[in-house]
Write a protein that binds this ligand. Structure first.
Ligand code: CP3
Length: 370
């Protein structure tokens, strides 16, 4: 840990712990709510910062990362129950030695992706996250202080399968032919790569918790591209390992952990027994189905289709109300964190975000009150 981290450990007292209580399965007076990608381009104040700075420059500058992380917390004052640190899942491939650029309009680009197993030699042998990614830990510590206890701070990494997909495909593919070729043609090298990524993810999550993150989420955004059998072998095995290792390394300082394996509906039961406290759902599974499969073992998070926020405010209110009611289904003690089923889109009107947040507050409070 850096001297900055070491001298900054006395954090302000947390005033809103709804998220943490919901994650641990404790009663809450209403559903906590936050939004995946809540700091981003739908906010004019984000676009302003972004116009002056490169994406990864913001990630690497703790003052800027702190400023941007706080933007939605300030704008929707009292309506958001969590902050998520401004960063990206692709800092892990960077730490492993691959160049990653964020190209406006095209998303992330890796100019020299891994083509064959020989390319594994190009990766850094043993990544020291405190050397490569200390800026993230510093950003977390700084943000935790700047939040002044208003809401808990979430740290995150990408799931190993999703990160491997980027490292082999080189961008946000719609095909997955290259990375699928790897798992079918080079299964051993694929496992070597996934294990290498997993080791960095574990260190990065442990480091984020030690730097001040009060909850951790693993985003396996492309896991739904795998067959159920391949999901188990190439995604779930590593997701489970991450939860086990992070929790045992943190010991008494362990924080709640969330897994988001997008479109892997078939894996819901397995995910609910994989060592995570919260399973984040996309919109392809109904709350009723998710409740029946997870049976209160974990807290459910989600799952409004992000496209709903592109409709009129009346539709946002109606769809959000229906979602919240279905998650509770008359059971006030349901373990639930409201969110979208995937990241918010850049053309969403800010008023619709406010309508979503307010509806979650109103409806869930009503249900819990009875
Ligand atoms: O949630 C937050 O507010 C925290 C920040 C955050 C970002 N990316 C910032 C970001 C988080 C949690 C992520 C995670 C992430 N990044 C995922 C997993 C979640 C998901 O959405 O599936 C993935 C797959 C990535 C990789 C990535 N980064 C993509 C595909 C893109 C392009 C997206 C697009 O719409 O263009 C990014 C860029 C990115 N990451 C932006 C932000 C705010 C926009 C980039 C910009 O400002 O130019």
């Amino acid at each position: 840990p850096s001297s900055f981290e070491m001298t900054s450990k006395r954090f302000p007292k947390l005033k809103n712990d709804l998220l943490l209580r919901a994650a641990r399965g404790e009663k809450t007076e209403r559903a906590p709510v936050w939004i995946m990608r809540q700091a981003g381009r739908y906010l004019p104040e984000y676009r302003k910062v972004r116009a002056q700075h490169d994406f990864f420059e913001i990630c690497r500058t703790p003052e800027l990362a702190t400023e941007v992380t706080l933007q939605p917390i300030n704008r929707f004052d009292g309506l958001l129950d969590a902050a998520i640190i401004f960063s990206d899942i692709l800092i892990v491939p960077q730490a492993l030695g691959l160049e990653v650029e964020m190209v406006p309009g095209h998303g992330p680009q890796i100019p020299h992706p891994l083509v064959t197993p020989k390319d594994l030699d190009r990766l850094t042998e043993k990544v020291d996250v405190h050397k490569e990614l200390q800026y993230l830990f510093d950003a977390i510590t700084m943000t935790r202080h700047a939040l002044n206890g208003r809401v808990p701070l979430i740290g995150f990494v990408g799931g190993p399968w999703t990160l491997m997909s980027y490292m082999v495909e080189g961008s946000s593919t719609k095909q997955w032919a290259k990375v699928k070729t790897w798992i079918f043609k080079y299964p051993e090298a694929s496992h070597d790569l996934l294990q290498k990524i997993t080791d960095v993810c574990v260190d990065l999550l442990v480091g984020q918790a030690r730097a001040g993150a009060q909850m951790l989420q693993v985003f396996d955004s492309w896991s739904g591209e795998l067959s159920p059998r391949d999901f188990e072998e190439f995604a779930l095995y590593y997701l489970t390992q991450i939860a086990d290792r992070v929790k045992s390394e943190l010991g008494v300082d362990a924080v709640p952990m969330t897994v988001f394996a997008k479109n892997s509906w078939y894996a819901l039961e397995a995910l609910s027994t994989s060592g995570y406290d919260v399973v984040s759902l996309d919109w392809t599974q109904s709350p009723t189905y998710a409740r029946s499969v997870t049976k209160g073992r974990v807290t459910m998070q989600g799952n409004l289709d992000p496209n709903v926020l592109l409709a009129g405010q009346d539709v946002v209110v109606e769809e959000t109300e229906t979602m919240v009611k279905e998650f509770y289904s008359g059971d006030k003690s349901t373990r639930y964190i409201a969110n979208l089923g995937h990241g918010i889109m850049q053309n969403v009107p800010v008023e619709n975000v406010e309508a979503f947040l307010k509806t979650v507050h109103r409806v869930s409070r009503q249900i819990v009150k009875g």
